[in-house]
Design a protein around this ligand. Structure first.
Ligand code: 9D3
Length: 288
């Protein structure tokens, strides 16, 4: 099948299918309308056989809370597999591998996922042991369930599908700057409440604009996410640029680096220097 017509099918196993209506909006909504994304919800409650339609129960060994029962989850996944083949079975849980853009890219290459939403109660371990291929977390904070995490994963992958984001240059420029924070953006008017747009952006000098944007990305990453700089590949010149700004922003006798930045980056508005520029945590910028 040609890449331009490929379809990602995602079956979601969740007791709260209504939450996923958020994906009828924006980019995932359009991807569904154009047929590039097929989303289907499955409620494990529909696979229960008891009158109370029980999907959870008390934990063996005691303790508080409840645990999602394995059998309704196995049944719902078996039904999906019979109808649509065996996709990659992914459990959303706080114990999973933390989601990154490269993991999203890897998953977006597959053509069928089955997402199982964990819950605060936890999931019977046998689901993990005998059904799940991989386990994904969004990071170290507590959600009330896996639903929002599943939606994050779906949204992040959908915009990578061929033809979903209208302008491929948007996806390409995301990957070009991958690993660095974004540069500032401005739109009309040129002067807003006395705050002007950096003149370089109005100069029509496309090389100068590209350089300014790259430098702003580098500076922001240095100031806010120094950890990312060790993972990204930079030119010699970019390393020198960062080293220079790293020193000047940590020099007690300087102006916190603000004046140097204004001169080098053509920033002439009257706002305060970026508060982030004041943080000095020492240590040079490591070459990649
Ligand atoms: C008492 C220990 N908690 C684990 C840190 C229990 C627990 C809390 C929250 C078990 C499940 C949940 C519900 N969260 C998810 O299902 C979840 C999640 C998250 O809470 N944070 C980040 N990513 C994810 S993906 C699924």
């Amino acid at each position: 099948m040609a890449s331009s017509t490929r379809v990602l099918r995602i079956d979601v196993v969740t007791p709260f299918p209504g939450m996923f209506s958020a994906l009828d909006e924006s980019i995932p909504g359009r991807a569904q309308i154009t047929g590039r994304l097929v989303l289907a919800m499955h409620n494990p409650r529909d696979e229960t056989t008891d009158p109370h339609r029980t999907i959870d129960d008390a934990p063996y060994g005691g303790g508080g809370g409840m645990v999602l029962k394995a059998e309704p989850i196995f049944r719902v996944v078996e039904r999906i597999t019979q109808e649509h083949g065996r996709g990659e079975i992914i459990l959303l849980s706080p114990q999973g591998e933390v989601l990154t853009q490269s993991r999203v890219e890897e998953l977006a290459r597959l053509d069928h996922w089955v997402l199982i939403c964990g819950h605060y109660k936890g999931v019977d371990e046998r689901v993990r042991e005998h059904l799940v291929d991989r386990e994904v977390s969004l990071g170290d904070y507590v959600l009330s369930g896996g639903e929002l995490a599943a939606m994050v994963l779906i949204d992040a992958a959908t915009r990578l599908l061929p033809g979903v984001v209208g302008n491929p240059a948007t996806v390409a420029s995301d990957s070009y700057s991958a690993g660095l924070l974004d540069h500032p953006h401005y739109t009309r008017p040129e002067v807003l409440r006395g705050w002007s747009v950096p003149p370089v952006l109005l100069s029509g000098d496309h090389r100068a604009i590209a350089l300014w944007r790259r430098q702003q990305s580098l500076l922001r990453t240095l100031q806010r996410r120094r950890d990312l700089l060790n993972l990204v590949s930079l030119s010699e010149e970019e390393r020198r640029f960062l080293d220079r700004h790293d020193r000047s922003s940590c020099d007690d006798e300087s102006d916190g680096g603000a004046r140097t930045m204004e001169v080098e980056c053509g920033h002439t508005s009257d706002r305060e220097p970026d508060a982030d520029a004041r943080s000095c945590n020492g240590g040079g910028v490591q070459p990649g």
